[in-house]
Ligand binder design. Structure first.
Ligand code: GLY
Length: 403
């Protein structure tokens, strides 16, 4: 019932504004930076307390250590907050929280998430400051991530451990892994080995060939024979069913293939980014924020996933700049703005309920964890999308720094 109410509030709110769906990026960025300041006050000073999520009805963050897969999002948010404001305090905090992740670049890699961890923190830090120590850490992490590449399969082993249904020790690749290719592309162009580029390109091509159903919806995971490289099967881990479209998985595909086209100029990626986008857009509910899985039979009483909407909004703002067809470009830009309008409405912003930016994300529904929750990666992609929108509204390129 609660989700139905959210849906109705957001839908009715949007219908009134559907024609315009104007988002005041500066105003929403000011909201985000005010929330950041409040979260900083709640965050214990000791190293290793990184905000990750807030359950409904509580204002208390769950904090995690630097090894958690979500550890890079909070430093990344601080870097974006610094970019939005130029605030020295945020620069210092972004530097401090990034520093907590430094050991990751020196340790044995435990999974593909190293990209999320290091590139969101140090990647943004280097982009904004040019600090050569940050660059060295990213290059080291890229080499470490590349050790998970299996040349017989042509993709990175996402989870080098036994996971239910994953037929360990066969090779698994999850769609989320697409995002972590960005660090490899970046490293190969900034002093790292050309091999990193080849690994990322191979991963994206092999995933494009094996990870999608005929309608371009993504499997969460694909298992490959680690010796022959042959695909064994597609399945899910965090989605409703092996055959269903898990919303965040599809969002990683949309964002991932858009980024891969930006980094490679390989035209099939641009075409593919549009195909994986169109199946997602066609099935969205009216408020532009997906249910956690498009095929959950409990819809409209299933939980939403604001994090998927934030990832897609950010990805589509970029896709709109890359697509040559003006009508399609306009469609993606408008869709992204409508998603951001919805996320910026009272139905989705946390406001004084807690100090995150957004409510209503779903982390791991089959596991019963982080359902209808504020989650740090929703906030990361929301503030990233707002910064992108602001740059576009100011006629700036997405690559430029706001301040
Ligand atoms: N593993 C990343 C996600 O939950 O989307």
């Amino acid at each position: 019932m609660k989700n139905l109410a959210i849906y109705l509030i957001a839908t009715l709110g949007l219908l009134g504004k559907a024609a315009t769906a104007q988002v005041d990026a500066s105003k929403e960025l000011a909201y985000c930076t005010a929330q950041i300041q409040k979260t900083l006050k709640l965050t214990p000073v000791q190293k290793g307390s990184i905000p990750r999520s807030v359950i409904p009805g509580s204002a208390d963050w769950k904090f995690v250590g630097y090894k958690d897969w979500c550890s890079g999002f909070w430093p990344g948010i601080l870097w974006y907050g610094y970019e939005a404001t130029g605030s020295k305090t945020l620069l210092n905090e972004a530097t401090r929280f990034s520093a907590a992740l430094q050991p990751l670049s020196e340790q044995h890699v435990i999974d593909h998430d190293l990209g999320f961890q290091i590139f969101n923190s140090y990647g943004n830090g280097y982009r904004l400051t040019g600090n050569s120590k940050f660059k060295a850490i990213i290059l080291k992490a890229a080499d470490t991530l590349a050790t998970l590449f299996n040349p017989k399969v042509g993709t990175i082993l996402s989870w080098p451990r036994a996971v239910p249904q994953m037929q360990w020790p066969q090779h698994n690749t999850i769609i989320d892994n697409m995002i972590n290719l960005e660090m490899l592309f970046w490293a190969s162009k900034n002093g790292g080995s050309r091999k990193l580029y080849d690994i990322a390109l191979s991963h994206a091509k092999v995933t494009m060939a094996n990870h999608f159903r005929p309608d371009y919806s993504a499997y969460h995971a694909v298992i490959y024979d680690k010796e022959t490289g042959k695909k064994i099967k597609g399945l899910t881990h965090q989605g409703y069913a092996d055959s269903s479209m898990w919303a965040r998985g599809q969002s990683w595909a949309i964002y991932g293939y858009t980024m891969c086209f930006r980094e490679t100029g390989y035209l099939p990626f641009l075409d593919f980014a549009q195909k994986v986008t169109d199946v997602y857009l066609d099935k969205l509910p009216a408020d532009q924020v997906p249910y956690w899985d498009f095929n959950d039979p409990a819809i409209p009483n299933a939980p939403k996933d604001a994090s998927a909407a934030a990832v897609v909004a950010s990805g589509l703002l970029e896709l709109a700049t890359l697509v040559k067809d003006k009508v399609k470009a306009q469609k993606y830009r408008k869709a992204a703005e409508q998603m951001l309008a919805s996320l910026s409405s009272p139905a989705y912003q946390s406001k004084d309920k807690n100090t995150a930016f957004l409510l209503h994300s779903t982390g791991h529904k089959p596991n019963g964890s982080e359902i209808d929750t504020s989650i740090i990666y929703a906030d990361y992609y929301y503030i990233e999308a707002l910064l992108r929108l602001k740059k576009l509204q100011m006629g700036m390129s997405l690559k430029s720094k706001l301040k």
